[in-house]
Design a protein around this ligand. Structure first.
Ligand code: GNR
Ligand code: NI
Length: 169
């Protein structure tokens, strides 16, 4: 098991589109275990492979307070969405930055589990937000892409400022 390095904005590798997983082997299971370890270590509620510079369609999430409801989705695609919700999002690739984003309230997702079995899940509320946020990463998209140019530039300036302060602290 190992904690992987999370890449941060504006690293251009965050814009890479992930490839589908075709081989469901021990190496994949090890990678998923490392993704969970990395997510829990960073106190995140989700993590996309893109964020650890692996460009395969793998995402993990755990929105439970007890950190005991691990969810791993491989090759996830949304087959139905419904409604809308506004949720204040953060991202491990934008440490310390938060912004309201509007997304679907409910999503029905088809995916594979780590053994390659076809699975279908319906997510609602915060977990639906998280799954959509992670699927965006796998498509090379990040949450600030949804903001107005003004709001985005304000938050990115804040990110720069926090980094400079952290560097001199
Ligand atoms: O840890 C995370 N928290 C979070 C909060 C609100 C909406 C989405 C998220 S996902 C984020 C972890 C992350 O960056 N996943 O890609
Ligand atoms: Ni993120």
């Amino acid at each position: 098991m190992s904690v992987l390095t999370i890449i941060e904005f504006p690293d251009p590798r965050l814009r890479t589109k992930a490839e589908p997983v075709t081989v469901f082997d021990a190496e994949l299971k090890q990678f998923v275990a490392d993704m969970f370890e990395t997510m829990y270590d960073a106190n995140g509620v989700g993590l996309a492979a893109t964020q650890v510079n692996v460009h395969k369609q793998v995402l993990v999430a755990d929105m439970s307070d007890e950190r005991n409801q691990p969810l791993a989705l491989i090759n996830a695609r949304i087959i139905e969405k419904d409604g809308a919700q506004v949720y204040q999002e953060g991202c491990l690739s934008f440490p310390g930055i938060y912004a309201d984003v509007t997304r679907a309230l409910k999503v029905k997702v088809k995916a594979n589990d780590v053994d390659g079995n076809e699975i279908e899940h319906e997510f609602e509320g915060p977990l639906a937000v998280c799954v959509q946020h992670e699927m965006d990463h796998l498509a090379g998209k990040v949450f600030v892409d949804y903001l107005s140019p003004l709001k985005r530039s304000m938050l990115l300036k804040r990110l720069e400022k926090q980094r400079k302060q952290a560097a001199t602290a």
